[in-house]
Design a protein around this ligand. Structure first.
Ligand code: PGA
Length: 258
C-alpha cells in the first residue's frame, strides 16, 4: 500500500485531485468510483476548480457512487444523490446518463443491487475508486463484520456510524438505519483504490487499516489485499502509524527511486 502523509486536510485534497486529474488526462473516458461524507469535499472542490480554470474534462467520464441511505429520496438534503449533485455534478460537464448512484427508494433492492453490479461490469469496471473511512474502520457502509467478499447489498448501519453521521441531521433519530452499499468485494475489483482520511478521530482506524491484520472487523484493512491501493492522510490521521518515519522516508526518496 502506498501511504502519502500530507500536512493538512487541504493538502490531502489537492494531492488526491492531482491523482484523479492524472487518471482523466490519461484516460478521458475513465470510470470513477465516488464517495460522500466530509472527507472528499475538498477533493470535489478542487476538481470543480480544475474543470472551471484548467478545462479538466468530464464529458466522457462515468461515475459510480459507493452508497446511499435507504428511504431518502434524491431530493432529500442528506441523501447522497443530493450531496453529489450539489458538491460536484452540477458544477462539471459530466453527462447525466453517465452518473450512477445506488437508489435509496427502489421497490426491489435485490434486483437493483444485481443491476448495479452488472452496470459496473458493462461500463468496463472502475478505474479509480475514491474512499473515505469511518471511525469504525468501514469503507462505504461495510460495517465491522462485513464479509471481505461482499457485493452491493443492504446493510444495517452500526451505532457508531449513526452517531458519527447524526451531525448532518436535525436529530439522531432521523439518521436512516439502513443503507445500500457496494460490498468490499465490489470495491476490491476497482483497478486503483484511493483512500482519504483526515483528523485525529480517524487515526486509530487508519493505523488498523495500514498496519493491523486484514480483518472484516476493519473493512478498510482489505486494501492490504489490493495491488494498487494508495492512502492519503493528513498528519492528524497519520498520528498513530508506527511506521510513519518510513512512509515519509519513502516519499522523500521517491523522486530518485529507480
Ligand atoms: P466522513 O465519513 O468523511 O464524513 O468522515 C467517512 C465515512 O464514514 O466513510
Amino acid at each position: 500500500m502506498e501511504v502519502i502523509v500530507t500536512q493538512n486536510a487541504q493538502d490531502m485534497s489537492l494531492t488526491a485531485a492531482r491523482v484523479v486529474a492524472k487518471v482523466l488526462n490519461t484516460k478521458p473516458n475513465a470510470v470513477l468510483g465516488l464517495a460522500t461524507g466530509s472527507t472528499p469535499l475538498g477533493l470535489y472542490q478542487e476538481l470543480v476548480r480544475m474543470h472551471q480554470d484548467e478545462g479538466l474534462d468530464f464529458s466522457q467520464v462515468t461515475t459510480f457512487n459507493l452508497d446511499e441511505y435507504v428511504g431518502l429520496t434524491r431530493k432529500h438534503p442528506q441523501s447522497y444523490h443530493y450531496f453529489m449533485y450539489e458538491n460536484l455534478f452540477k458544477h462539471i460537464n459530466i453527462p447525466k446518463q453517465n452518473i450512477f448512484i445506488p437508489s435509496g427508494t427502489t421497490d426491489n433492492y435485490e434486483a437493483f443491487c444485481q443491476w448495479y453490479e452488472q452496470r459496473i461490469v458493462e461500463c468496463g469496471g472502475i478505474d479509480l475508486q475514491i474512499l473515505g473511512i469511518g471511525s469504525d474502520g468501514h469503507i462505504a457502509f461495510n460495517e465491522p463484520s462485513s464479509s471481505l467478499g461482499s457485493r452491493t447489498r443492504i446493510k444495517t448501519l452500526a451505532k457508531q456510524t449513526i452517531d458519527d453521521n447524526a451531525r448532518f441531521f436535525d436529530a439522531p433519530e432521523q439518521v436512516p438505519i439502513y443503507a445500500i452499499t457496494m460490498g468490499v468485494g465490489t470495491i476490491l475489483e476497482a483497478r486503483r483504490l484511493l483512500l482519504l482520511a483526515n483528523g485525529v478521530n480517524k487515526a486509530a482506524a487508519i493505523a488498523a487499516t495500514i498496519e493491523g491484520p486484514v480483518t472484516s472487523m476493519i473493512t478498510a484493512s482489505a486494501l492490504q489485499l489490493h495491488r494498487n491501493a494508495m492512502v492519503i492522510v493528513d498528519r492528524d490521521a497519520a498520528s498513530q502509524l508506527k511506521m510513519l518515519d518510513y512512509y515519509e522516508w519513502i516519499q522523500a526518496k521517491m523522486p530518485d527511486a529507480p
